[in-house]
Design a protein around this ligand. Structure first.
Ligand code: MLT
Length: 269
């Protein structure tokens, strides 16, 4: 494993790199960090060069002074990823996997760095923008986390992230997800919520993203529901959908092996 830190305009980006081979970049969701991909890193690093950034403010990456007030938009996260890849000398076409918020970032990367992309993996994510009510909820959470100087208000997400069966029968998974939320910084949560609230609706742009695209969705995902991901896969010129059983939104953790197997099968196609 190699660790890279890129310093940019008042903030820093940490990226971990594993293995050798064609590059596969894994973008985490909100409010998590690269650790959420641990099981997939283990499965992929024998064959691929696996690159796992912590998005700005999360994990060991930091924020710029005005990121909390202004929010970090999805394009800025995508520009950060491109800059980190430049710094690491990654110049071959890459496969980019984005989980949920990482998927919002992946759309921006696909739209603005198309020539760097070999394939996309969209994991439990959406192409639509937020409705006004959801935007309002994000601002409320941002303010609550900042006021409390804690990520605890973000724990309200927990019941929606996991399948009912996971919540009832797999306390170790619930605890692992809770711990990931608890270690996120309130500032990173606020910056990301404000950026996600004003993210672009990219549904009308999906037809332009003409690369092989694997869409993965948990059978019980209520945040990026199956019907929405079916539309996404059908609209992407080379889209395919794989449903992950025994999982809600957190597929990469709730059914890590099924996600790794689906990614490996797609990469080997
Ligand atoms: C995520 O898992 O990244 C979030 O659920 C995305 C969101 O809040 O829209």
């Amino acid at each position: 494993m190699t660790s890279h830190t890129l310093h940019r305009n008042g903030y820093s980006l940490s990226t971990l790199e594993y293995g050798e081979g064609d590059p596969v970049v894994l973008l985490h969701g909100f409010p998590f960090d690269g650790v959420m991909w641990d099981a997939q890193i283990a499965a992929l690093q024998e064959t691929y060069r696996v690159i796992v950034p912590d998005l700005r403010g999360f994990g060991t990456s930091t924020l710029a002074a005005d990121d909390v007030g202004a929010g970090v938009d999805m394009r800025s996260y995508a520009d950060d990823v491109a800059a980190a890849l430049d710094e690491m000398g990654v110049d071959q076409p890459l496969t980019l996997a984005g989980f949920s918020m990482g998927g919002y970032v992946a759309w921006q990367f696909a739209l603005h760095y198309r020539d760097r992309l070999r394939a996309l993996i969209l994991c439990d994510t959406r192409a639509a923008a937020d409705a006004p009510e959801a935007q309002h909820g994000r601002e409320k959470m941002a303010e609550a986390c900042l006021d409390n100087r804690s990520s605890a208000p973000a724990l309200e997400m927990l019941p929606k992230l996991l399948a009912p069966e996971t919540l009832e029968q797999r306390p170790e998974v619930v605890d692992a997800v809770r711990e990931m939320i608890e270690r996120a910084s309130p500032q990173a949560i606020a910056a990301a919520q404000r950026g996600m609230a004003r993210r672009e609706d990219v549904r009308h742009l999906l037809g332009e993203i003409d690369v092989p695209a694997l869409c993965l969705v948990g059978r019980y995902d209520v945040i990026s529901p199956i019907a929405e991901m079916q539309d996404m896969a059908a609209t992407l010129p080379q889209g395919e959908l794989v449903e992950i059983p025994a999982a809600g939104h957190m597929t990469v953790i709730e059914n890590a092996d099924a996600v790794s197997d689906a990614i490996l099968a797609f990469l080997q196609q």
